[in-house]
Ligand binder design. Sequence first.
Ligand SMILES: *Cc1c(COP(=O)(O)O)cnc(C)c1O
Length: 411
Amino acid sequence: MQPLTLPPRLLMGPGPINCYPQVLSAMSTQLVGQYDPTMTSYMNEVMALYRQVFKTQNQQTFLVDGTSRAGIEAALVSCLEPGDKVLIPIFGRFGHLLAEIAERADAQVHTIEVPWGEVFDPQQIEDAIKRVQPKVLAIVQGDTSTTMLQPLEELGAICRAHDVLFYTDATASIAGNPFETDLWQVDAVSVGLQKCLGGPSGSAPISMSGRFVDVVRKRHHVEAGIRDSHHQDAQGQRIRSNYFDLSMIMDYWGEERLNHHTEAATMLFGSRQCAIELLREGQDAVLKRHQMAGNAMLQGIQAMGLRPYGDLKHKMSNVVGVYIPESVNGEQVRHDLLNLFNIEIGTSFGPLKGKVWRIGTMGYNARQDAVLHTLQSLETALRRAGLVLPAGAGVDAAMAVYAGATETRHD
Ligand SMILES: *Cc1c(COP(=O)(O)O)cnc(C)c1O
């Protein structure tokens, strides 16, 4: 066996993306024991850092070990008891994932849908809340499958008015689009690192409000032979997962440090560095960098004569869907980009399969040079596929955005 030899890809798909180099360095650090004071103080530091990332005062802010869906699953199985009603507005693939996870928790799942490429009006959601009267509203903020960003600003107040818990999966959107846990009255939010946070997949930062924690803490809480008296007042049914039992995970990250899993230390070091990179550059600056890169990519795509997908007013900053021109074999173009240029762009799922490429500008790769290389290489790959294109138009349009010469176009 040879040591790892990976090609130097530029990852311009919908995630994962290339990591910030500082994140990779942080992840090559030697270990200490899980209750070593150094380790527990880093755990506390990570809680404080992610409170800033999520813009919250929530005490219960920490990492769930696993990829983003570990955070989703932990949030949903810990708050939903069998028979509980959950409302899930679906506008893409990840909405279906939330529904599937809630179904497995034996919740009573109610969904509403809009066509792919659109988002919900808050009124549609409020109407459904009145009709269904759910315990929980679970909704994705940014769905990479459609590139759409669901406005969440008004949903918290609606949920409070109807005494509903408000959970959102902000994996694809956090750091590249505004997110305000406390201001928007979000009760639980979970994310992953491999989109705009600039890390690898494998850790799921999560934050929970006091109301959400109260609901989780009411669940019956027993682990045979290890603990059985901790929450005497528990009434609800036991959480149906040991690994994703947020009550136990809170006890592990809390002062008592009750043993649960062994914290994935290397992922914790990586997660910590992702937050540090974000806060060092500044959340507003990172947001602007994503908006700039996303807009430059969009303008470049349009200047090349390609058509972007979906309602552009509600597009995430960090990913664009691009209709594959009729005369072109989409997979051949992706193959050429990968093999001739070392650039990866994304394919699509479900109704968009074979029709749309997805091009991301996220985290470390939300950079001018990454945008320009991608546009120029895409132009060449499309020319090889027989398309006639205006030479250099995509790159010129992107450079004009960086030069401040173009307003955002929404047509
Ligand atoms: C990319 C993405 C995920 C990723 O989930 P993993 O378990 O990390 O693969 C989850 N949710 C949304 C909305 C995403 O866009």
